[in-house]
Structure formats: structure tokens, C-alpha cells
Design a protein. Structure first.
Length: 222
């Protein structure tokens, strides 16, 4: 079992550093999205590639959900992100833009985002563009707008550790999966919420949510 686990972790790490064009034989190029914003995406990082296809699921933490309820916050997903029916999480696609490879800032780009509507202040905080940072440490970061006005190009919202992320690495029939990697709220995100709304911020270091990405390398006939 230890040998299998070691191989799984090595495979997952290797998948983060496979050179462009070296995915499964016959895999077609990543699908492009003309609507995706490109200004926020840095130059590609040579030789670093993640996955041409897949999906990721985010399950919001219980403490984060309780905080949203206390603050009267409603959460809206920006397409192609999709809220779960029960409102306790959301999904986002992998492979929908040219940002599937790591950029020069060590990030994977996602075209969707989230809107937090704060009832008491009437403020809407939008997190878009969305990035999952792979290095130097795992993190969820995003550009921030308030009521449609850009506040920052990138704020670190939640962070994790390589140990916790890779603990859930498993092989799949078409690639590999990382199960329920935890991401914890940053001081930067808490300060942002308080300064914008005047409300009570979530607890720094509390579980924002868990990320479960499925990275697929599916051969095609093309």
C-alpha cells in the first residue's frame, strides 16, 4: 500500500511538470474560449502543464457557510462556474481556456468566478479572474471588484500546503484526482471583507472549503 501511495503521489507531481504536448498520445489541444479575459493571465511557464480536460468541485466549509448565514451573504457563481443545488459548494471546469498550463506566476487560470452579495451594506464583492496557485505554495487567489469597480488584480483568498493537497492524490482511469484538498482563509481576505462591508470577517485560518479536481488525459481519434 505504501508503494502504491508513493507511486500515486509521484504521478500527480509529475503531471504538474509534464512539458507541453507531452500528455497522453492523441490528446487534442486545449479548447479555447474567446470570451475568457486574457489581460489577467501572465505569460506561460515553459514546460509546465496541468491537464487538457477535467473538472473541479469545491465544497464550502461549515464555518464559512455559518459565517455567510450570519452576515446575510448570498453567493452567486459566474459562468462557467456552477453553484451546487444545495448552495453548499460549486463546480468549475478544467481545460476551458489556454490557461491550462502554469503561467509565469505559478498559477492555473479559470475563467469563472464568484459574487458575494452582502445584504447589510448593499455591497457586492466579485472574485474574478480566478487562479489556483501551484507554486510557491498552493492557494486560491482572484481579482477583486466591488460593485463593478476593480479593486485589485489579485488577492490571496485561501491557502493550503503541499502535504495536505498531495495526501488526497489518487490515480483515476483517465488521469489522476486530488480529493478534498483543504484551503484556509487568509488574513488578506478577512481584511478585504471588513474594509469593504464593515461587517464581521470570517475567522482567519478557518476552512474556506475543500477542492477536489479531476485531471483527465483522454486520448481522441483527432
Amino acid at each position: 500500500m505504501r508503494a502504491l501511495r508513493r507511486l500515486t503521489v509521484l504521478a500527480a507531481v509529475a503531471a504538474l511538470t509534464v512539458p507541453l504536448g507531452m500528455t497522453a498520445a492523441g490528446a487534442s489541444a486545449p479548447r479555447q474560449s474567446s470570451a475568457a479575459p486574457t489581460a489577467a493571465v501572465a505569460e506561460p511557464f515553459p514546460g509546465a502543464y496541468i491537464s487538457p480536460w477535467g473538472d473541479a468541485q469545491v465544497a464550502l466549509g461549515d464555518e464559512a457557510l455559518a459565517w455567510m448565514l450570519r452576515e446575510g451573504i448570498t453567493l452567486e457563481a459566474i459562468s462557467p462556474f456552477r453553484m451546487d443545488v444545495d448552495g453548499r459548494g460549486f463546480s468549475m471546469p478544467i481545460g476551458s481556456t489556454a490557461g491550462d498550463g502554469l503561467d509565469s506566476k505559478g498559477r492555473i487560470f479559470y475563467p469563472g468566478g464568484l459574487r458575494f452579495h452582502h445584504k447589510a451594506s448593499g455591497k457586492t464583492i466579485t472574485l474574478q479572474s480566478t487562479f489556483i496557485r501551484v507554486m510557491p505554495t498552493p492557494a486560491y487567489s482572484a481579482g477583486v471588484s466591488v460593485d463593478g469597480k476593480r479593486l485589485s488584480e489579485e488577492v490571496s483568498i485561501a491557502e493550503s500546503t503541499y502535504t495536505e493537497v498531495m495526501a488526497g492524490a489518487r490515480p483515476s482511469f483517465t488521469g489522476f484526482r486530488i480529493k478534498q484538498a483543504p484551503f484556509y482563509l487568509t488574513q488578506e481576505a478577512a481584511d478585504l471583507f471588513t474594509s469593504v462591508t464593515g461587517g464581521e470577517s470570517p475567522r482567519v485560518g478557518s476552512l474556506f472549503g475543500t477542492l477536489t479536481p479531476n485531471f483527465d488525459y483522454v486520448p481522441t481519434r483527432g
